[in-house]
Ligand binder design. Sequence first.
Ligand code: NAD
Length: 424
Amino acid sequence: MSEKLSFVNPTPTSPWGTYLQQVDRVMPYLGDLAKWAETLKRPKRALIVDVPIEMDDGRIAHYEGYRVQHNMSRGPGKGGVRFHPDVTLEEVMALSAWMTVKTAAVNLPYGGAKGGIRVDPKKLSLKELEKVTRRYTSEIGIIIGPHTDIPAPDVNTNGQIMAWMMDTYSMNTGGTATGVVTGKPLHLGGSLGRVKATGRGVFVTGREAARRLGLDLRGARIAVQGFGNVGSVAAELFVEAGAKIVAVQDHTGTIVNEKGLDLAELIPVSRTPAGAVSFKGGDVVPNEAFWDVPCDILIPAALEGQITAARAKKTTAKLVLEGANGPTVPEADDILAERGVLVVPDVICNAGGVTVSYFEWVQDFSSFFWDEDEINVRLDRIMMNALNQIWDTADKHKISLRTATYAVACERILMARQERGLYP
Ligand code: NAD
């Protein structure tokens, strides 16, 4: 009965195309709620904005920005903002939809949203970066707010950018609205534990998955793609648990060391413009060779669509922990399942970030801040409860953890939709 969306052209491996197939796979498990499922296949609201700024040399540059609110049936929109030259409306739509599923999977009182600007921030001066951030925030200010839609960091955005967003929104509305964004610096209403929360969630879910598989973390070999906020923090925690990181790939290239890379030295080097490949404690190999490195655990923590069918066929990993959003295309998902490789899907594996974002938002409203132990205990409890429920659902229906996560999450979303009813 419903027309296809006219403004996107999804393919089987594009982010939105991947998401649509993931939704289709959960349909048999939705019972009577399936009649509402079309609501999952279209965003509630999508805003495209022009972001003009004056560059340091006096030129006027225009960038394209987006904020998509995919679904707000269960609460305000929640989701990060990505600064990347390849960002598109379709990508942001998929990322916003994955946020809807993720917040429902861990049972946070949020919907799903996401934002982005088509810009390479590495080519901007600090002043230009601030101007882009502030103009973008002002443009999307008509739909964000502490009770409507709360942005957070994602690829190439951080606490400083969140501080500029909070300040811009506050200047436009005449107050100090700390609750409008999460991932803020600590002294501006940020939360302890937020910076490491996503990587910590990857570790907590990964440790439990390894335990259930009978895979000993001591001595386990791990390959990590993407060595930013998510990948590097997860890597550190796995090393603390006795594992070794045998391969790291970032946007500058790939380094390997079968004896284990020294993270204390690699992490600071990877933060410099020269990136991970300038690290001397490993061998630089061609990027495609990353997928051939013998490993027990593979952590994609960069961008979407990285685990293709061909790469799924050759990985030696027994366990894939999706730190990134949408790293595995559906065909590759099937190949991994056939090969007996367990995938902990993004919508649960990387939900630690949004969970501590939720804690930050709650702390901002109550103006009462918790210590880091309390945050980590609550985070671990929420992640473990969610994972256990999803595992039981997967066992009950004999389905993948991904489809089980969608079954648990989509039931919550569509139940809320049904109970609210359609307006008018
Ligand atoms: P980040 O900007 O801190 O790091 C991104 C990393 O990916 C960098 O190491 C970069 O060099 C690498 N990278 C970029 N392009 C690459 C390419 N083509 N090949 C290999 N590596 C590449 O970003 P982040 O916050 O760590 O986010 C990484 C992933 O995790 C994204 O998919 C993001 O949506 C997801 N995620 C992030 C959070 C969060 O709290 N930051 C929460 C949930 C999910």
